[in-house]
Design a protein around this ligand. Structure first.
Ligand SMILES: [Zn+2]
Length: 713
């Protein structure tokens, strides 16, 4: 939109006010040419004599673009001229209340076009159809919608093309996969060159089908008495699950009796191969290798006999992860098209449960040679793999790029800390900017050595972090015991009232067992007791007890004391909730008298009235055990959108019976419930409520009851 040029064009002006009484706004339209391009101007004026020179808004449309200019503020907007969703409908730009929404016929009377010529100019320009000519703004809106839709489609198309091109580029720059080497490596390292020897014994002989050479060989496993038999080929006795040698090719394999063998059996293993990508980047390839063993049987006169055996290796590459310096990590996935049967690469994952994920896997050793000279050279992935065994190289490197200190942690031998970071548990880091282990992890400098001794165990680290945070000094043994108790930051509150040794002893006493027993039951007891003790003290503290008092600090029976605190705590929590809601939803109380005038009704059996305060609503929900006390109910009532009403017996007005939610605008019942979300005496109560809302809608309530009151008076 050529905004400057548009602004230079003088206003069209409203020739005279429109005579129609209801017309608040009148619009004129004209087509202007700017730089050889036709533009439709629609200007909306307040329909008053003194407002005919300057419009409220000027809407400009070209064939491919649109914009609305606000004369008062001198600003432009790219929003469409109507807001049109399920709850409201309205013209946005010249003061019509969108939220309330108005029937279309009223809008058409309030917002008119100056003349039929204006309508014709609009129609000729936009060339789109609408339902009702009275709604002349629909022409503009439809056209705006059209333009926006086309733009969106073009954007999507451009982005698709860009992504496709990038994918192609990546494929081109990806080195070839050394398939043979991958299979060879997998067979040796992942499958340990596993072969199967299927056998069938027959007296002192056995037939052996070897998956390595494929042959079926007859051999004797027990010496015969005759001379000829002693010349026969010999083998050791085949026994299920044991290992032996193929009498034909000498391959080492596992014995499986013919009757126990599956026709086909397969195992899958994953591995990573990292290769150089472009100058200093790397591509990590996630490959699944399958090894399949099979036994072929055939039916002969002698029964089912082994015919041959075999084994096969195959691989499928499923994910490629591209790492380039300064760029976002890019992942491509291999997908399978079931219709064409073809595998193809795509830059987005499959959704939900089908999504392709990398796992911890072996990394092929040449990866580390390939890393030399890339920006991942100092990632310490190799050292980490050596310590951890299998590792998810993708997660490791993604985290390393964000937290380069991982290199330092691994090289120091803090493998478990590094492992936590690789799994995305970044909260153990105290200062992400720090380049020293102690400041990075938030522990005392002289603790690093001890942490290394424990290979960076998270529980030890947490105890050390607590030491630093509370500004204390623990012994090495205390650190170990704190780790065993699993105490973290929140245990700091205990240390305000007692020394660390006293705390540890107390936990041990409550748990009834000691530290360092290496017994899992005892360790569990200690951990659980520690958590309970911290929980107990924190509740006491929050409830305002004086914890200098040793009776509170060291209860005789921790479990019983904890239980009591939980009860007390939940009671006070409830009071807190009431105070909180009173503060958050003050309008409930404020509007009560106003609402009561409108909604109060009483007959000989029942009385119904609006809730007087947030507290009342919370209590109603609590006493009747339904969800009316929830925030969304309170909020709706507070905003005046819906009204919460209490229906109670006329003779017993203090006791909650039924809660009703009513739509403030349409005065229909949204829902009504008694205790436990049930509808007591449903038929009768429904009738009563229907009558109530009917009267409410007819506004006879106030008048009716008022008259009656007067009569009684
Ligand atoms: Zn063999």
């Amino acid at each position: 939109m050529k905004k400057k040029a548009v602004e230079k064009i003088p206003f069209l002006k409203l020739p005279e006010t429109v005579k129609k009484k209801a017309a608040e706004y009148a619009a004129v339209a004209d087509v202007k040419e700017i730089d050889g391009e036709e533009q439709l101007f629609v200007e909306v004026y307040r329909n008053r004599k003194e407002c005919r020179a300057v419009p409220v808004v000027r809407i400009v449309l070209t064939d491919k673009d649109f914009g609305t200019y606000f004369t008062e503020s001198g600003s432009w907007s790219r929003e469409r001229i109507t807001k049109n969703d399920w709850s409201s409908y309205g013209l946005v730009w010249w003061g019509n209340d969108v939220r309330a929404g108005k029937p279309v016929n009223i809008m058409a009377e309030e917002n008119v076009l100056y003349s039929q010529e204006d309508l014709k100019r609009i129609k000729d320009f936009v060339r789109v159809g609408v339902w009702d000519e009275e709604e002349w703004w629909e022409y503009i809106d439809q056209k705006q919608k059209d333009i926006a839709r086309k733009e969106r489609a073009e954007r999507t198309e451009r982005s698709r093309e860009r992504r496709e091109k990038a994918l192609k580029q990546r494929k081109k720059n990806t080195p070839e996969l050394p398939e043979e080497r991958v299979l060879e490596y997998a067979d040796g390292i992942l499958f340990h060159r596993k072969h199967y020897l299927y056998y069938r014994k027959h007296r002192s002989r056995a037939a052996v089908a070897c998956s390595k050479c494929g042959n079926v060989t007859e051999a004797r496993w027990k010496l015969g008495v005759t001379l000829e038999s002693q010349a026969e080929r010999m083998m050791e006795e085949p026994k299920m699950g044991e290992y032996g040698v193929c009498p034909k090719c000498g391959a080492y394999g596992k014995f499986i009796p013919q009757g126990r063998a599956k026709n086909s059996y397969r195992e899958e293993k994953n591995l990573f191969l990292g290769q150089k990508y472009k100058e200093t980047g790397m591509v990590f390839r996630y490959i699944t290798v399958m090894k399949e063993w099979n036994l072929k049987l055939s039916c002969t006169e002698k029964g089912i006999e082994m015919q041959s055996a075999g084994e096969r290796l195959s691989e499928i590459e499923t994910v490629r992860i591209y790492f380039e310096p300064g760029k976002k990590v890019q992942r491509d996935y291999c997908k399978h098209n079931p219709w064409s049967g073809i595998d193809f690469w795509d830059d987005c994952n499959l959704g939900g449960l089908n999504s392709i994920r990398t796992r911890e896997a072996q990394i092929m050793p040449e990866t580390y040679e390939n890393m030399a000279g890339t920006f991942l050279e100092y990632s310490a992935l190799e050292e980490y793999e050596r310590a951890a065994g299998e590792v998810n190289a993708e997660n490791y490197l993604v985290q390393y790029i964000q937290i380069p200190q991982i290199e330092m942690l691994v090289k120091l031998g803090l493998f478990h800390v590094a492992g936590e970071l690789i799994r995305g548990r970044n909260s153990i880091v105290s200062d992400t900017e720090a380049d020293r282990a102690d400041t990075f992890l938030g522990i005392r400098k002289d603790r690093v050595k001890q942490l290394i001794k424990h290979q960076g165990a998270p529980s030890i680290l947490r105890a050390m972090q607590m030491e630093k945070q509370t500004g204390q000094r623990f012994t090495d043994k205390q650190i170990k015991q704190l780790a065993e108790a699993g105490l973290m930051e929140q245990a700091g509150s205990l240390l305000e009232y007692m020394g660390v040794q006293k705390m540890l002893n107390q936990i041990s006493r409550y748990a009834g067992c000691g530290y360092g027993t290496m017994c899992s039951t005892a360790a569990f007891r200690i951990e659980q007791t520690a958590r309970r003790y911290v929980d107990y003290i924190n509740m006491r503290k929050e409830l305002g007890y004086d914890l200098q008092n040793t009776v509170y600090l060291f209860p005789k029976d921790l479990d019983a004391a904890h239980r009591r605190m939980v009860e007390e705590y939940s009671r006070t929590e409830a009071d807190k909730r009431i105070r909180e809601t009173e503060e958050r939803f003050p309008l409930i109380k404020e509007n009560y008298n106003k609402l009561k005038k409108r909604f109060y009704f009483k007959d000989k059996d029942f009385v119904i009235r609006p809730a007087a305060s947030a507290e009342e609503i919370v209590m109603e929900g609590r006493i009747l055990h339904h969800c009316v006390g929830g925030d969304d109910y309170l909020d709706r009532h507070n905003r005046g959108k819906n009204i919460i009403l209490f229906l109670r017996a006329a003779g017993d007005q203090e006791v909650p019976y039924i809660t009703v939610e009513i739509d403030a605008e349409h005065l229909g019942i949204c829902q009504w419930y008694g205790a436990y979300d049930k509808k007591p005496d449903e038929e009768r109560m429904q009738r009563w409520l229907d009558k109530y809302t009917t009267r409410l809608k007819a506004r006879t309530l106030a008048a009716g009851s008022g008259t009656r009151e007067r009569n009684y008076a």
